[in-house]
Write a protein that binds this ligand. Structure first.
Ligand code: AMP
Ligand code: GLY
Length: 431
């Protein structure tokens, strides 16, 4: 069987690598992919943009692709799965309607409230119905969110009412284009953030290994928000008890609620959750896809054939399969270009990849994100460039391996956080 992976980041490299490891798979195509997927055994990049839905359908038809997985949210929210379904091509992901869970925060808040799923208290406004006096009655900080897709930049945590007002005015003035036509204002939640990612088939759910990422750019969780500077799995914060609560209070009612609303959800579903001190989970956001960089450590631990799980999901039979995990922890450190998350310089030559690959054998892997090939050289080509994943008996051991790999990689303005996994490691030390 041929598999098609849509996207070009570290998540897509990990998906391609995992699918290529399956004996059932003859070849993995990645549209458009990166230097890492170009060099991966059994993999081939196809020069089709992830946003070009008709060209993706045509590629899958021409190459007789048996299974397509979509990495990024853009094409999902735009209806790529609907287009594949219309062409009778198997594609694992939510339909356009179901992907609104990520595409519209206003819709999601309404959905969560209607179904009694725990989340921060909130109000949704458009420019026409916004009432500035409303801000006076709410405690600070206030969280201001553009409702639509804003590439991870549409959330402002305002410490003062003046800052809240400035953020709101900028969104209504078009800072995020149509994504800011509606805004959600919500209460600030305290606690520890975890990523809870599951596979769903419309009715059944298969939870994947737990994970946690680091959204802020700088050490000590400081600096601007990013797509994620590193992630690890498992997340020790998610104890067995908290896991059961998340399934019962968040995931099961979400899947049941979507089915009841006539928009059943199939695909990877990522719940960004805040876990309060007492273990209560609340939904911060949903993503209609696998996380990046969570995919890299999570799939590094998956022992089951991913294509078998996806095909079971496509037949509505997720209840008949289970996932087996490497008991070791995995930890990924993102290597970014200077300037990220703002504009970055591209085209720098990356050194040390072969040495890192040799060091990683059997205990880690370097996943590519913003890279491209130039003859034999690998050049930087984006903000998040690589993700070095290490495995180990504990999160601390996995962290040591990951940083050993990072040490041998180099380009002039390479940047990374030196404290990925710190919270989990502190927890391990406390026992
Ligand atoms: P979102 O895109 O909605 O996940 O928001 C981006 C980030 O902002 C989250 O990962 C959190 O770190 C933070 N955040 C969002 N909503 C809240 C909230 N209600 N309280 C505290 N932090 C939040
Ligand atoms: N790591 C956060 C995300 O994938 O949205």
């Amino acid at each position: 069987m041929k598999v098609l992976i849509v996207g070009s980041g570290g998540r897509e490299h990990a998906l391609a690598w995992k699918c290529a490891a399956s004996e059932r798979v003859s070849e993995v195509l990645i549209a458009p992919g990166n230097a890492g997927t170009a060099r991966e055994p059994k993999c081939r990049n196809a020069a089709v943009d992830a946003g070009n839905i008709p060209a993706l359908v045509e590629l899958a038809r021409r190459e007789r692709v048996g299974l397509t997985l979509i990495g990024p949210e853009g094409p999902l929210v735009a209806g790529v799965v609907d287009a594949f379904q219309a062409a009778a091509l198997p594609c694992f992901g939510p339909t356009r309607q179901a992907a609104r869970l990520e595409g519209s925060k206003a819709y999601t808040k309404d959905f969560l409230e209607r179904h009694g799923i725990p989340t921060a208290r909130s109000r949704t406004f458009t420019r026409q119905d916004f009432d500035p006096t409303w801000l006076e009655h709410h405690s600070l900080p206030l969280v201001i969110k553009a409702s639509g897709l804003a590439a991870g930049k549409g959330v402002i945590i305002a410490e003062t009412r003046a800052a809240a007002r400035t953020a709101i005015d900028a969104m209504f003035a078009g800072q995020f284009g149509a994504a800011g036509e509606q805004i959600v204002i919500e209460e600030f939640l305290r606690g520890e953030e975890v990523s809870f990612i599951v596979m769903a088939d419309g009715r059944h759910v298969l939870p994947l290994a737990t994970s946690q990422d680091h959204k802020r750019r700088d050490d000590g969780d400081r600096g601007p928000n990013t797509g994620g500077m590193g992630a690890y799995s498992p997340a020790p914060r998610v104890t067995r008890q908290i896991h059961a609560r998340i399934m019962r209070e968040v995931i099961d009612p979400t899947i049941a609620g979507l089915a009841a609303d006539g928009t059943p959800y199939a695909g990877f579903l990522y719940a960004g959750l805040m876990i309060a001190e007492d273990g209560t989970p609340k939904v911060l956001e949903f993503n209609c896809r696998f996380g990046d960089p969570e995919t890299q450590p999570v799939l590094s631990r998956l022992r089951t054939d991913l294509t078998v799980l996806c095909e079971a999901a496509l037949c509505g039979r997720l209840d008949t399969v289970s996932a087996e995990w490497d008991p070791r922890a995995a930890l990924g450190v993102v290597l970014a270009a200077g300037g990220y998350p703002d504009a970055v310089r591209k085209g720098e030559r990356i050194e040390g990849l072969e040495r890192a690959a040799a060091l990683a054998a059997g205990r880690g892997k370097i996943f590519h994100a913003g890279t491209r090939l130039d003859g034999d050289a690998v050049l930087t080509d984006g903000g998040r460039v690589l993700c070095a994943v290490g495995l180990g008996e504990s999160v601390s051991a996995a962290q040591r391996t990951a940083y050993e790999l990072v040490e041998v990689i180099h380009w002039p303005d390479m940047r990374y956080r030196r404290d990925i996994g710190q919270r989990a490691i502190a927890r391990e030390r406390r026992g």
